[in-house]
Write a protein that binds this ligand. Sequence first.
Ligand code: TRH
Length: 386
Amino acid sequence: MSAQTAPSELACDIFCAVIDNFGDIGVCWRVARQLRTEHGWRVRLLVDDLKVFHALCPEVDATLARQHAAGVTIEHWCEPTHAGDTLEIADVVIEAFACEIPHAYVAVMARRPRKPVWINLEYLSGEDLVADFHLRPSPHPRFPLEKSFFFPGFGPGTGGVIKERDLDARRANFDAAAWWCERVGIERPHSAKTVISLFAYENPAIDALLAQWRDGDAPVVLLVPEGRISGALARFFGLPTFAAGASARVGALEAHALGFVEQPRFDELLWAADINFVRGEDSFVRAQWAAKPFVWHIYPQADDAHLPKLDAALDHYTNGLADAARDAMHLFWHAWNGTSTPDWRDFWTHRRELEARALRWADELARIGDLADNLVAHAAESHLDA
Ligand code: TRH
């Protein structure tokens, strides 16, 4: 690439190894689409598991070595040696979540006259200390290359989180009535019913919560995307499965199982509900942009390493809430993450305050800046320096 090339024409390779679930490819696919559509980069996404990718983007054919979707080139990355059909080296190389990019690729990166901007995209953490490490360069032990660590986060000095430019407009134009008929097959519930979406890992607290919703005075409509929590729903309702299309009703609780939808449509579920149970990383972020109260099932790590991250997120999110609402939220999130039995009534007493806070938080978070914008700014700066 010549020195005159505009940053908007940069070529970018994103390497993604799917560890488990949908979060790794979920984040990479979002970033890839955004870099393409909002910044005009030529993006190639190298993914080691196309079957998981297919769930988020049904257009992806898991049998193909190379294909295109949403303007992005997608290659099946056959770990660990394969580095794309041709050993073309991009201007910006992103390794997601410390996946190891092939040695042959790194060796050619080092021989390129103009060195690529090499970024390791880290997992999101609400801990403020990530600002100290964000964009810190690390020289390669053998090659004349430098890698920067890009830390998404909630505080100033971090990389922020993903927010597409059209997200607010899409949310504002969301047709809830049509969505209920199309996705759930029923009329939109009237406002006296609390609509709850439930996207979670297996969770020992679910039985107690389902019983509380069943026995409560206020009607609850539960929307459950098919997945790891579905077995618990089936057991609770005494059904063989709780797969897409299934519905069940007991006491004050009615529940509907939904099929998995392509990623751009996932937000609609969050917009349709009054409160969202989300998990992992990407749905956790989307729930924040939905500007509704939410409960986070954090991805559990060995030795409870996830708990400080849960508390860090709570600290940001509950900032400015009155003590009672803040305490209720701490208690409920911790209970849902395995420490005790959740108390729905106590938590939901604070509904109005939680709703107001959710709106304010979405504004505060937007001020940190979008992750892709921040990444592009860093790449443009580093590319000009190279
Ligand atoms: O699937 P997750 O649990 O993902 C992860 C991974 O486990 C990863 O290894 C771990 O490190 C990380 O969490 C922290 O949850 P997450 O991140 O919310 O990803 C789910 C994706 O699935 C998200 O992009 C939204 C998408 N999705 C759809 O596209 N359609 C759907 O119908 C649903 C329910 C989800």
